[in-house]
Design a protein around this ligand. Structure first.
Ligand SMILES: C[S@@+](CC[C@H](N)C(=O)[O-])C[C@H]1O[C@@H](n2cnc3c(N)ncnc32)[C@H](O)[C@@H]1O
Length: 272
């Protein structure tokens, strides 16, 4: 477990994941009944971009750094939340910012330092539980939530890359426990082959109603670079397919550098 998210916090891939996460949370909150969010790979919860690992890599400058001033309308909600949080919010802090009194959040994180930081970031809120627990095991153990709708974010580090192969199985396990839950799984796009295999594995799970939203900064040819990223969503809420492409386009307009092969896609992998 060498991965530390702080080196990458606020980069273009975080912006894509977090902008769509905010959209999903708003969609969940359209109904008054409470919902439960499971963040399986939660990280440290919040990141100082001005110091430490994030400042060393500076990845955020080509991500949230290009959105903070005068954000496009499609990203205004996400950027306003980032500003409201003060430091760059990881997924747990963003989710907590949008919980209503009737909603709940459970976060899992295995790495000891990240877990300790996460506990500090989320303390004092009885809607929130933090577990030092394996994500893949939690997908079976923490679902289904009692009396609540569920949103599950699965955001593994892909170090080693075999997180890709665990992902389809993990989603199948979670979906079997919570068939009406909304599941969102982030994935890197370095080159096409692992993504194609993942999409095939998802189709073979037998789970219905799956879409994939993707953003590429360039043609995904160099496997050593993060050329793009995707979010596979099971049971996408109403209007996901209409409202997410403009968000992806706004991200690409601000964060892309006009490289060959840049683009966005929203692909339906499995019908309802
Ligand atoms: C990509 S980061 C999470 C970032 C976070 N979701 C966000 O958006 O702010 C992945 C995290 O998963 C943790 N992790 C890795 N394997 C895990 C496992 N099997 N169970 C729980 N956490 C794990 C890592 O320590 C790391 O902090």
């Amino acid at each position: 477990m060498n991965y530390r998210h702080a080196f990458h916090a606020g980069n273009f891939a975080d912006c894509m994941k977090h902008a769509l996460l905010v959209w999903l949370l708003r969609a969940m909150a359209r109904k008054p009944a409470g919902f439960f969010v499971l963040d399986t790979h939660a990280g440290a919860g919040r990141y100082d971009l001005a110091a430490g690992p994030a400042a060393r890599t500076g990845e955020w400058r080509a991500g949230i750094g290009r959105l903070l001033d005068d954000p496009p309308a499609e990203l205004a909600d996400y950027v306003a939340l980032v500003r409201q949080c003060g430091v760059y919010p990881g997924s747990p802090v963003l989710i907590r910012a949008l919980l209503r009194p009737q909603d709940r959040l459970a976060c899992c994180e295995l790495q000891p330092d990240e877990f300790a930081a996460l506990k500090r970031a989320l303390r004092g809120d009885d809607r929130v539980a933090v577990h030092r627990r394996d994500a893949w095991e939690a997908l079976g153990a923490l679902l289904p939530p009692r009396d609540r709708r569920a949103l599950v974010l699965v955001d593994p580090p892909y170090e080693p890359l075999d997180d890709f192969s665990r992902l389809a199985a993990g989603l199948r396990t979670g979906h079997a426990r919570s068939p009406n839950g909304v599941f969102a799984a982030w994935y890197p796009i370095k080159h096409r082959a692992p993504v194609r295999e993942f999409h095939t594995a998802l189709r073979e799970t037998g789970v219905r109603d799956i879409v994939a939203a993707e953003l590429w900064l360039r043609e995904p040819l160099d496997p050593a670079r993060l050329n793009g990223c995707g979010l596979a969503v099971i049971n996408p809420p109403f209007r996901f397919e209409a409202e997410v492409p403009p968000i992806l386009r706004a991200l690409l307009t601000r964060l892309g550098a006009g490289e060959p092969g840049a683009g966005i896609a929203l692909e339906r992998l499995v019908d309802e």
